[in-house]
Structure formats: structure tokens, C-alpha cells
Write a protein that binds this ligand. Structure first.
Ligand SMILES: C[S@@+](CC[C@H](N)C(=O)[O-])C[C@H]1O[C@@H](n2cnc3c(N)ncnc32)[C@H](O)[C@@H]1O
Length: 242
């Protein structure tokens, strides 16, 4: 991380993934130095950006969140097709952040903001019921049993996501790792705030047209692996929020 947003509290939640890959080319390095500070979500634990919409230069009609955007192709495509939606992406891998920034610059996307750190540091800072859609695409499956506690759809993360999501907001989850899919499905369907409206296998075997292919997914499909696409809904709250 190059001075990412949640650094002060990073000790509390250990990060097990990569933060750096190969050395960045000059242009990508410049994007991290110059563009990222302008797009960074200025959250610190305990200092929530109370009005999330104010992060965006133009008014937005909804805010969507992508956790672990990798190289950002899906996030950038959603931002391009939905200019009235503010997109917040979380990704600690600096090479991935730089790749997203290159797309943002190339396509002139003004509706993208970046949290270049672990989403678990940002989520507790967000206000209640502000996020209209969440994407968790090809999250790390952590296949070894002793690493399962690192899996993102853990109960405490689903609790926090449920808090920040609007009523009936969608959460899209995809993976090519079937044991991880079963594990995650079990967590989502047992969670009191989520429901899974899928009615037939068609609903999860084919990527719907408005889910754009990610880099990880393209690799999995090229190897002949099967991918699963799950769309959950945050249940409506019984009582209106104050
Ligand atoms: C297997 S890669 C998939 C990347 C991308 N979604 C794709 O499909 O190509 C998983 C990504 O999630 C990121 N990630 C994992 N846990 C995360 C977290 N708690 N917050 C933000 N990013 C996370 C990792 O850094 C990694 O880039």
C-alpha cells in the first residue's frame, strides 16, 4: 500500500493478500501519485464520510460498492454504463488500483472513488442503508480449512454489509471454486438479513448480461472451469430507519 486510507487501524485486521506486484510503469506510478489522492475515499476508522454522495463531484442517484475489484475492469464498465451511479471500489493491491485508474483516466469516468485498502476497514465507517448494490466477484477462496476464517462472506462481514445496504439492495457474488461457493451460499442463506431469490439453475450458471467479465473469471473460463453467479437481496427492514 502506498499510504492507503485505513492505515492507522490496519493493525487490528490482518491483511493476508498481496499489496504489490511487479514495479509499476512510470505512467501507472504517476496515476497512483496524482490521481489516486483525488479519488481516494477519505475514510479513517471512527471518521465516517457521513454523506457518501458528497464524495462525488456530480450528484449521484445511487452508490454501489465493489469489494476486491482486482484490475477494475468490471467496476469501470459499470461506472461507464451507469454515469448516475457513484461507484466505490475497495482493493489493497496497488497494481490493480493503478489498472483501474488507467481505465478511469482513459474513459473520463467521474463517478469512481477508490478505497485502496481492505474493505473491512471501510465498511464499519459507512452510514446505515446507503449502498444500493454490492459486488464480491471471485473473492479469494482460501481453500485450506485453517484459512476459511479469512473468507470474505464471513458472518461479521455479512452483518456489516447488511447494515450499510439499502432495503432490497442486491449483492452479487461470483466464484469458480465450488467448495467456496457452497460455503458462501450457506453463510448467505443462513443470514437473517439476506435472501436468495434464485428459482432455477439457469439463474446461477450463466452470467447475466449486466455482470461484466472480470480478469479472474476470463482465466477460469479459459481453463474450462465452471463459474457460478449468485444474486442475493438484503431483506427489507421491519421498521423504518430513523
Ligand atoms: C481472486 S482476486 C479477483 C479480482 C477481481 N474481482 C476479478 O474477478 O478479476 C480477489 C481480489 O480481492 C481482493 N480482496 C480480497 N479481500 C479483500 C478485502 N477484504 N477488501 C478489498 N479487497 C479484497 C484481493 O486483493 C484480490 O485482488
Amino acid at each position: 500500500m502506498t499510504g492507503g486510507a485505513g492505515r492507522n487501524s490496519a493493525d487490528r485486521l490482518r491483511w493476508h493478500g498481496r499489496r504489490h506486484g511487479h514495479a509499476l510503469r512510470k505512467g501507472r506510478h504517476a496515476l497512483i501519485e496524482e490521481l489516486l489522492p483525488r479519488l481516494r475515499v477519505p475514510a479513517e476508522v471512527g471518521g465516517a464520510p457521513a454523506d457518501l454522495a458528497a464524495l462525488f463531484a456530480e450528484s449521484v442517484e445511487d452508490i454501489w460498492l465493489e469489494v476486491g475489484f482486482g484490475a477494475g475492469e468490471h467496476l469501470a464498465e459499470q461506472a461507464r454504463l451507469h454515469p448516475a451511479v457513484g461507484m466505490i471500489g475497495c482493493e489493497p493491491y496497488v497494481n490493480g488500483v493503478a489498472a483501474l485508474l488507467a481505465r478511469v483516466e482513459r474513459d473520463g469516468l467521474s463517478n469512481v472513488r477508490v478505497f485502496d485498502d481492505d474493505a473491512r476497514l471501510l465498511l464499519p465507517c459507512l452510514p446505515d442503508a446507503v449502498i444500493g448494490r454490492v459486488f464480491v466477484l471471485f473473492a479469494d477462496p482460501w481453500p485450506k480449512k485453517r484459512h476459511h476464517k479469512r473468507r470474505f462472506p464471513a458472518k461479521e462481514n455479512l452483518d456489516t454489509l447488511a447494515r450499510v445496504m439499502k432495503d432490497d439492495a442486491e449483492l452479487r457474488f461470483a466464484s469458480d471454486h465450488m467448495e467456496f461457493v457452497r460455503w458462501s451460499l450457506d453463510r448467505f442463506t443462513r443470514h437473517p438479513e439476506f435472501r436468495w431469490p434464485a428459482r432455477s439453475p439457469k439463474a446461477w450458471r450463466r452470467r447475466p448480461e449486466d455482470w461484466f467479465e472480470t480478469r479472474y473469471e476470463a482465466k477460469a473460463l479459459a481453463q474450462g472451469d465452471t463459474c457460478v453467479y449468485l444474486a442475493f437481496r438484503r431483506r427489507r427492514r421491519a421498521t423504518a430507519l430513523a
